[in-house]
Design a protein around this ligand. Sequence first.
Ligand SMILES: C[S@@+](CC[C@H](N)C(=O)[O-])C[C@H]1O[C@@H](n2cnc3c(N)ncnc32)[C@H](O)[C@@H]1O
Length: 192
Amino acid sequence: MEPVLDWEQRYRDATTAWERGELNPAFQALRPTFSENPGTVIIPGCGRAPEVLAFAQLGWHVIGIDVAETAVMYQRECLASTGLTGDIEQGNLFDWHPSTPVDLIYEQTCLCALDPQQWLPYERVLREWLRSGGTLAALFMQKEGEGGPPFHCDIESMQGLFASTHWDWGEQAFRAVHPVGVCELTYLLTRR
Ligand SMILES: C[S@@+](CC[C@H](N)C(=O)[O-])C[C@H]1O[C@@H](n2cnc3c(N)ncnc32)[C@H](O)[C@@H]1O
């Protein structure tokens, strides 16, 4: 289950076109929902996403996991400099698991950064990380054309991947257009 590319090098080369430099509008739209009942949230492939800090500011215990050292150091410094706490782990998400299942997973451009051949094991990992009744906030990347990353997360395929035997799908919660031209469709899925 190796990463599809050397992500650390991408941070060092500053070839990180996925970074908005601001909160994802989907997060902003869901902020009232996320504010309701803070618990523990995992952000897989958290990179330097500002949502790590934003969840901590809402009172969540944030666990970020990323393979890239630069991203991990950034998130740790970010939390420390604001006096907030969280657990930012460095490693391959396929080799890691939380000590107890969590309430929420915020999936933002991690799935689309994985080889589609790793998507079935990834779905299993997310299911194991999340408690029954917990929420997967998934921002499914939509893009034209073959190849990746980012890999296109066709909604029909996603409904097959996150199948109704294990997941309850809510209505589409948000559609965000990314500055690089692609868009993300956000759904809140409940783990059965
Ligand atoms: C496209 S970036 C998205 C980063 C962040 N979610 C954001 O919205 O800015 C994908 C991230 O996933 C991380 N990543 C990719 N494969 C991984 C793996 N197998 N285990 C842990 N992290 C991984 C990369 O290091 C990178 O930071």
